[in-house]
Design a protein around this ligand. Structure first.
Ligand SMILES: Cc1ncc(COP(=O)(O)O)c(C=O)c1O
Length: 369
């Protein structure tokens, strides 16, 4: 029989757990969507996506359909957006740390990426101001709600300051908000789109609200920009995966989203609490964000610990797999940062993961490995 340490725990997975995927309901929605719209969903169609879903999401956002583009997940839409909004060598500002796949997209397009440090309430505004003065960026990429990888939510005061800077220097704000609706306590902060609709492109996704395998994301912004993105999308894949969009449409039309969000919150809230109390017990010297939603808690390791070393010791000696933090950093030093995703582990696993992490950190600090 495997001992506890032999049973590997993966603290790397920023994905929904299998038990969060509503397979039966999705099956029903798929059958109904095919019955109602089969000839559209199984055919080539405009790259802007399944028109009824486009219209429904646009109506909910209070915009015309032309301001909304559906695509195969939001990360690819970010790639399309960066492709049409920027040219090779131009500068993008991101939070530091930030979502690793966004960095990959920017680097693939050979953009110059500059990071601005994160504080407990969002990016450091003075540093952002300096970066803007110095590098004249065209675009700011931000994950303002329950950020991946830190869990931090940007305060209203900081959002207002960022909007002011963006307006003054004509920087496009791209807010990526796949976790915004997964709030387990507290109240929403106004989105950038609410504060500055003329200066913002909003990206979001059903990956964390319903199922990532459906591959349905959307972008909301200026209709001219959206049209350019749709042209790039058409050249990339002709038509996005419409069947997933038909399923999402039916899921929304039948009113399944709200109950699904409630059950996701009921599943994830205790996992977040378990992680926060596990951290409290295991790390008298560490510091970490205290998110009220989302998928992640970002931790700064105690002095003397290095994440590469901790990750190696954790894996080899304690059967715990931890992310390499370098991928989240556009620049700067990743060595004290560790991302702790909590949704894909149950409370017992989270408690054990914190104990193993604390042991690995202790070994790393004392050099006794
Ligand atoms: C901030 C952020 N944006 C985008 C994505 C990817 O979303 P999608 O599955 O819609 O491509 C993720 C997934 O982890 C994410 O954390």
């Amino acid at each position: 029989m495997a001992t506890e340490v032999e049973r590997i725990i993966k603290l790397t997975r920023g994905v929904p757990p299998d038990e969060a995927l509503p397979c039966e309901l999705v099956g029903q929605c798929c059958a109904q969507a095919l019955a109602d719209h089969g000839e559209v969903l199984l055919q080539y169609n405009p790259a802007t996506g399944f028109a009824p879903l486009r219209a429904l999401l646009a109506e909910q956002a209070g915009v015309s359909s032309e301001a909304l583009l559906l695509g195969n997940g939001s990360i690819q839409l970010l790639f399309f957006l960066a492709r049409v909004a920027l040219s090779e060598g131009e500068t993008v500002v991101t939070e530091r740390p930030t979502y690793d796949r966004a960095l990959t997209a920017f680097r693939t397009l050979r953009l110059n990426v500059v990071g601005v440090p994160m504080e407990d309430d969002g990016l450091e505004v003075d540093a952002l101001s300096e970066v803007i003065e110095r590098h004249r960026p065209r675009l700011l990429y931000t994950v303002p709600d329950f950020q991946n990888p830190t869990g931090i939510t940007t305060s209203l005061a900081k959002r207002e300051a960022v909007v002011e800077l963006a307006r003054r220097h004509d920087v496009l704000i791209v807010e990526d908000i796949p976790y915004r609706l997964l709030r387990y306590k507290g109240t929403d902060v106004p989105s950038y789109r609410m504060l500055a609709p003329d200066h913002t492109v909003q990206l979001s996704s059903f990956s964390k609200l319903l199922a990532p395998g459906l591959r349905v994301g959307w972008a909301l912004g200026d209709p001219d920009l959206v049209a350019k993105m749709a042209k790039v999308a058409e050249d990339a894949y002709i038509t996005p995966g419409l069947l997933g969009q038909g399923v999402v449409y039916e899921f929304l039309r039948c009113g399944h989203l709200e109950p699904n969000l409630q059950s996701l919150k009921a599943l994830y809230r205790p996992r977040l609490e378990a992680l926060l109390s596990g951290l409290e017990q295991a790390f008298p010297e560490g510091s970490w964000a205290r998110p009220q939603g989302g998928f992640f808690v970002g931790m700064t390791l105690p002095p003397g610990a290095d994440v590469h070393d901790v990750a190696r010791v954790a894996r080899e000696k304690y059967g715990l797999v931890v992310s390499d933090s370098a991928g989240f950093f556009p620049d700067g030093d990743p060595s004290r940062f560790v991302r702790l995703p909590f949704c894909a582990l149950n409370e017992g696993e989270i408690g054990q993961a914190m104990e193993r992490l604390a042991q690995a950190v202790e070994d790393s600090r004392s050099g006794g490995r």
